[in-house]
Design a protein around this ligand. Structure first.
Ligand code: MN3
Length: 233
């Protein structure tokens, strides 16, 4: 399955969604075409690893602000869907890049967290073991990359059909889905993305990004990550 088919299956391209709680709801007749997706769990569900107030502010204030600014930025444009919009961005499209990226990344991020403790299984586990040795070594490599993000940004695990898993990072609200800006990820599927902006952890962990990045594995939705890999194949 190629990337577009995969995204279509996820509903990002407007088809029936496998994950009904992610919507990129929009309508050309509405003034504000993009709306905030509901979280698939309560604000306090990821306690103690991610605290309630952080989740509430992150979702209802930060994510909402990206959506509001995105809606302003696309007010005069005919937008068919967010995925296409992000894939064709150029260096000049700063407002859509920052706020469309913010909406896309956070909509994905909420899905990748879960209050149910779990571990990688099946094909995903095999790939991790083949490429990194074991899950602990993978987490170490991912954490190292995420700690290396200077300022605000995201750490990603992407997958390519011949080269397999790859850890990468992007600044600000950029994402591997912005394939005109990041042509090296044109054939890749995002499996996992972790927000390393301070707003994702500052209330509980202050400046200790490493503690946030250690705790977040306790609320990782490995089932969802494995499903994204399965859908990509
Ligand atoms: Mn954030």
């Amino acid at each position: 399955m190629n990337k577009r088919t995969f995204l279509k299956k996820l509903g990002v391209l407007g088809a029936a969604s496998l994950l009904p709680s992610v919507h990129f709801a929009q309508s050309p007749t509405q003034k504000t075409p993009f709306t905030l997706p509901k979280l698939p769990y309560n604000y306090d569900a990821l306690e103690p690893h991610i605290d309630k107030m952080t989740m509430e502010i992150h979702h209802s204030k930060h994510h909402q602000a990206y959506i509001n600014k995105l809606n302003e930025a696309v007010a005069d444009k005919k937008v068919d869907n967010l995925e296409n919009l992000l894939a064709t961005l150029t260096e000049k499209d700063t407002a859509i890049r920052n706020n469309g990226g913010g909406h896309y990344n956070h909509s994905l991020f909420w899905q990748l967290l879960s209050p149910t403790p779990q571990a990688p299984t099946g094909n995903l586990l095999s790939l991790i073991e083949k490429q990194y040795g074991d899950v602990a070594k993978f987490k170490e490599a991912f954490q190292k990359a995420a700690l290396g993000v200077f300022g605000s940004g995201w750490a990603w695990l992407v997958w390519h059909k011949t080269t397999g898993l790859q850890i990468c990072t992007t600044p600000n609200q950029d994402s591997p889905t912005m394939t005109n800006l990041y042509p090296q990820y044109k054939e890749h599927t995002i499996l996992l993305g972790i927000d390393v902006w301070e707003h994702a952890y500052y209330l509980k962990y202050q400046n200790k990004r490493v503690e946030y990045l250690t705790a977040i594995w306790n609320v990782m939705n490995w089932q969802e990550i494995g499903q994204r890999l399965a859908n990509a194949k």
